[in-house]
Design a binder for this molecule. Structure first.
Ligand code: G4P
Length: 284
């Protein structure tokens, strides 16, 4: 077991609620299934961040999909403090059972303790910063709390651990690996930029026909490679001697996708319907 996972296990013991941040453009690929075991017995909130970069129609469908699975799920743009601040009702909803249990036992209501987890680059730090805002108050060390851990207190209702739990991205599946590289959760470990750009061109041509043509003012005809070449030509990515610099063209395309210049694009589409598999066929 790695040190990060051990640390997270220790941190999770201190909280009531685990906030799992994923990327709204790839809600399945950006989840790490280990979180289910790590956060067992804790209340959960699923945050589909970077929703400003994802297709609005898909955002709505994904929220419905996760809700159908019994999860409390919300859309955010972590850079927008207002968007993060509206999470309070969802936090309360996710912790309803705990709050009711405490009340029934006659326990005094205390702030909900929570922490943020997620794979790299999904916006964990941005989320923590926006959530704390100017009203941030560091509560310092508390008895029973690991030395050096800081809690950010929010309006007396929530205490958020200031360090996020880092989950490792999982990519046994090729498409998942491509998705993770496209959102930069992993560096070009599995694919170089040029190959990744070709993957993106194919996905856009299939899922969002016309998007490339709109941005690069070139018909989406020919092969994916010839399209990358066309982007290079139109953006002046030329080597000495007039040869196309495919690497530079790839880098432009990937940057424009990642920053949203190409438009709101979801790389994973929500399934039509949740399929529940039961072990007893008579139950289905
Ligand atoms: P992490 O802690 O999970 O690793 O992610 P972090 O907060 O560092 O955010 C990664 C990048 O994503 C940052 O951009 C951040 O501004 C951006 N980001 C976070 N949340 C959102 C969101 O909801 N919408 C959009 N559009 N962007 C978001 P950066 O510092 O410029 O890094 P990079 O983009 O150059 O990687």
């Amino acid at each position: 077991m790695t040190k990060t996972i051990r640390q997270m296990q220790e941190d999770i013991k201190l909280v009531d609620l685990v906030i799992e941040i994923i990327d709204a453009r790839v809600p399945v690929s950006s989840r790490n299934p280990d979180i289910d075991a790590l956060a067992a017995g804790k209340a959960r909130l699923l945050v589909l961040n970077k929703s400003d970069l994802a297709d609005e129609k898909e955002n709505t469908r994904w929220i419905r999909y996760f809700k159908d699975q019994g999860l409390v799920a919300v859309l955010t743009d972590a850079r927008n403090r207002g968007s993060v601040k509206t999470l309070m009702p969802s936090i309360t909803e996710a912790c309803r059972e705990k709050i009711e249990r405490d009340r029934a036992r006659g326990m005094k209501e205390r702030p909900i303790r929570t922490m943020v987890t997620g794979i790299p680059n999904v916006g964990k730090s941005t989320f923590i910063n926006s959530f704390s805002g100017k009203a941030m108050a560091k509560t310092g060390n508390k008895p029973g709390v690991t030395r050096g851990k800081q809690w950010i207190r929010l309006g007396g209702k929530v205490e958020l651990l200031d360090t996020p739990g880092l989950l490792w991205p999982k990519f046994e599946d090729k498409t998942v690996g491509e998705n993770l590289a496209l959102i930069r959760a992993i560096n070009e470990q599995i694919l170089d930029e040029e190959s990744l750009a070709l993957v993106l061109i194919r996905r856009l041509r299939d899922g969002y026909p016309g998007k490339l043509a709109l941005r690069y003012e070139a018909e989406e005809t020919g092969t994916d490679l010839s399209y990358l070449e066309e982007i290079g030509r139109r953006r002046g990515c030329l080597r000495k001697g007039g040869e196309i610099d495919y690497g530079r063209a790839a880098s432009i395309l990937l940057d424009e996708y990642r920053s949203g210049i190409l438009g709101r694009i979801s790389l994973e589409k929500a399934p039509e319907k949740v399929i529940t598999i039961t072990s007893d066929p008579s139950e289905s």
